[in-house]
Ligand binder design. Structure first.
Ligand code: ZN
Ligand code: ZN
Ligand code: FE
Length: 756
């Protein structure tokens, strides 16, 4: 007879771990105890030595599907001669090291019950079990127990309580466990907030959607605005009300078969769609389009997801091919979560509200992913993934990293774990800034991390930077934007460098005060050196040049030709008045409000405007995205290019611009020009890396920054570099855009402190 105590760390709470241990102990006829602790799960196990060995092996080899064990510590201990094996109450002492599970989509077992007319939860929109349901969004504090969640208001009925207490039951200690007798309920309200008399609010909601109305539907991490995706007039009205002119709207369909009617997912994309995280996956459209044209205008893709709550299943079943499900907010504001708040903020947007009375404690937007090459690429890492940590190669200090300005996320580190928050948004208004502060407070609390240092961007005007500087009694480290991009890529790939970093994005504050974004860095975690960058050009009007890419076109043209570009026959001259172009030239010449930029993102914008794709954009990166989408992938041509001469760091842009202009004048189709332009950048940067390898011996290249959301750039550069013998690192865990910056800030800050 032997006794052992086992401490397990990782994602082991709220995932059915204790019943699993209980059943395992029963199988091996062992006695003892299991309990949740603040650091994970504790087991005392006793019995014959071989049985304990088998028990321990199965514990690590076959854990429940949603569990993730990061550390297991087994020690011999004194026999206590227990008469049984039991599950003990949670212990909340000691350091809080446990990992909270993300929210999980409805599992197949629950779905089956919900659709079974004989089941007591038939058509109950809040059915869940230990393997599925809300987690992160309903937790206020740890340990993860019902009184610490927004389910505390619902007293379980006898039947639910019996399930909850039975270790052999699928709902043993399922904290959100509920049924129609004791749990949350849905309600239908009109746009003034008046309750509508309804026997079946969901069925009535379906009827309203069928007749073209806009519904605000309360989901898992916030409200969605919902319309029938085949009703063009309804979709159009939603866009007008939401002030969202052109950005694609996400859709939801009930299963893969239906999705295949309007999109063409690959097997890997289908796997991603049905994963328990249920992200929005970007899928190529099938021609001819059968969804309303306003769902995803000017795009070859749909953002598609499968239902992830019982309510979604009930709304979609047999009723719609697809529903538009866009976040419940005005553009630029955070998604609404609170019922009262939703009625106030969404009353102008929605015709009706489908609400429920289970509070969402913390908002979490849908995650957005695209499959490229060997992995999923995150455009937004949020619901379903947060707060699962990114595992680092080495332990780091506890650091709070405040992220960037746009697509903000924050990051907290502890030992070898980096916790990236859900998508916070663009820190450009008070509502988002308040959410930013709330997300920091919440993550600090549920992870029990007291940061020793704060890291932030170098940009003095970012609200995240100002927040960092305002904190008292704690040192702040300012991290260069593109260094953080590359470090994030290194960290998630568990690579330490130094290596070559290609950091391409729209905007980032450089150490020389200019706007960087087309950078070749030699980077380690603790330092970086800028070795080359795209030649600087003025951005006439600053931020206005982001909204109006024709300004960038004029700037590149002026750089290449001087005033000689004015007589050229270029498409954008047809729509932009001559005097406006003249004003831009004057601004450049007199250096009025024309900051310098080396950004690849701006170069994409400029070329898109030059070939006549668009002069103005409705959202950042739109012109660049359309340039990518128009590319004819079979085109192999390359424009002339040059690498920096002599001691200069500047990669000339002028030869590329001349190539583009000559093609425009020869009436070459934009699809061909676009592909040649992509090919040129790929060849240019691959060759530049080869030159750097000769000087430094570095054989690894990290690709980061928003430009690598461009599939042609990501796969093209990866292929070209691998062909030249480089090891290429890219992002598959965090976004390559500014949503991944906070991770880089944290690891760089730690490395800089080590150097000190
Ligand atoms: Zn379930
Ligand atoms: Zn009940
Ligand atoms: Fe960036």
């Amino acid at each position: 007879m032997l006794a052992k105590k086992i401490n397990i760390n990782g994602i082991v709470q709220g995932v059915g771990f204790r019943p699993f241990v209980y059943q395992l102990a029963a199988t091996h006829q062992l006695k003892g105890r299991v309990a949740n602790t603040s650091s994970g799960v504790f087991i005392h196990i006793e019995g014959p030595s071989p049985a304990i060995e088998n028990f321990s092996r199965e514990l690590t080899d076959n854990p429940p599907p949603l569990a993730h064990i990061t550390q297991i510590d087994i020690k011999e201990t004194r026999l206590k001669a227990y008469g049984d094996f039991s599950i003990r109450k949670s212990q909340s002492r000691g350091q809080r090291f446990t990992l909270i599970a993300p929210d999980v989509s409805t599992c197949d077992d629950c779905l089956k019950e919900m659709l079974d007319p004989g089941d007591r939860r038939y058509q109950y929109p809040f059915i869940n079990c230990t393997n599925c349901g809300p987690r992160y969004t309903i937790i206020e504090d740890i340990p993860y127990d019902r009184p610490q969640t927004s389910m505390r208001l619902f007293q379980m009925c006898d039947l639910c309580q019996a399930e909850y207490d039975d270790p052999m039951d699928r709902r043993f200690h399922a904290q959100p466990n509920a049924c129609p007798v004791c749990g949350p309920m849905v309600q239908l309200l009109d746009s003034t907030g008046a309750t509508m008399v309804s026997k079946d609010p969901i069925a009535d909601g379906v009827t309203l959607l069928k007749s073209g109305h806009i519904l605000a539907v309360k989901g898992l991490g916030g409200f969605h605005l919902v319309v029938d995706a085949e009703n063009q007039a309804a979709v159009k009205r939603l866009r007008q009300r939401k002030h969202r002119e052109e950005k694609p709207l996400a859709v939801m369909s009930c299963d893969l078969d239906v999705i295949r009617q309007y999109a063409a997912p690959t097997p890997a994309e289908e796997q991603l769609l049905i994963s328990p995280q249920r992200p929005i996956v970007l899928l190529p459209k099938k021609e001819p389009e059968i969804l309303a044209e306003d769902v995803s205008p000017h795009s070859r893709f749909y953002g598609v997801m499968l239902p992830y709550t019982p309510l979604h299943h009930l709304l979609l079943k047999d009723s719609f091919r697809a529903l538009v499900m866009t976040s419940g907010n005005m553009s630029e504001e955070p998604i609404a979560i609170d019922n009262q708040e939703a009625l106030e903020r969404l009353g102008m947007l929605a015709d009706y509200f489908l609400l429920h009375n289970r509070d969402i404690y913390l908002r979490s937007d849908d995650s957005v992913v695209k499959m490229v090459g060997h992995g999923p690429r995150f455009f937004r890492r949020s619901r379903g993934y947060v707060p699962r940590p990114v595992f680092l190669k080495k332990p780091v200090r506890s650091i709070l990293a405040c992220g960037a300005e746009l697509k903000n996320t924050i990051c907290l580190t502890r030992e070898n774990q980096a916790f990236l928050s859900q998508h916070v948004g663009d820190l450009e208004n008070l509502a988002t800034f308040n959410f930013f502060k709330k997300a920091i407070g919440h993550l600090k609390r549920i992870l029990d991390i007291k940061p020793e240092y704060i890291a932030c961007d170098m940009h003095p005007d970012y609200l995240s930077t100002r927040y960092a500087r305002e904190q008292t009694g704690i040192d702040v480290l300012e991290i260069q934007h593109h260094h953080a991009h590359i470090a994030a890529c290194m960290a998630e790939n568990q690579v330490e460098g130094p290596l070559i970093g290609l950091a391409f994005d729209g905007t980032g504050f450089g150490t020389d005060g200019h706007i960087w974004g087309g950078e070749i860095l030699l980077a380690g975690f603790d330092r970086f050196e800028r070795t080359a960058h795209l030649a600087y050009v003025p951005m006439p009007g600053g931020a206005a040049a982001i909204r109006e890419p024709w300004r960038m076109a004029a700037s590149y043209l002026f750089q290449a030709y001087g005033r000689d570009f004015l007589p050229l026959d270029l498409p954008f001259f047809k729509t932009v008045q001559a005097h406006k172009v003249e004003t831009i030239i004057e601004m450049i010449e007199k250096r009025i409000n024309s900051p310098y930029t080396s950004s690849v993102g701006r170069l994409f914008d400029g070329v898109a405007a030059m070939v006549g794709l668009r002069e103005k954009v409705a959202f950042e990166g739109q012109a660049a995205m359309e340039l990518e989408m128009t590319a004819d992938l079979s085109e192999k041509g390359v424009y002339e290019y040059a690498l920096p001469r002599d001691k200069s760091m500047e990669i000339p842009v002028e030869p590329i611009i001349r190539g583009v202009v000559e093609d425009i004048q020869r009436q070459v189709h934009p699809s061909e020009i676009s592909m040649k332009f992509h090919n040129t950048l790929i060849c240019l940067f691959a060759e530049a890396c080869t030159g750097i390898r000769r000087q430094t011996g570095f054989t690894q290249v990290a690709l980061s920054g928003g430009v690598f959301q461009n599939t042609i750039m990501l796969s093209g550069l990866t292929k070209a570099l691998e062909k030249k013998g480089f090891e290429v690192l890219s992002h598959t865990e965090v976004p390559s855009n500014d949503g991944g910056i906070a991770l880089g800030q944290a690891v760089v800050a730690d490395a800089m402190l080590n150097r000190k």
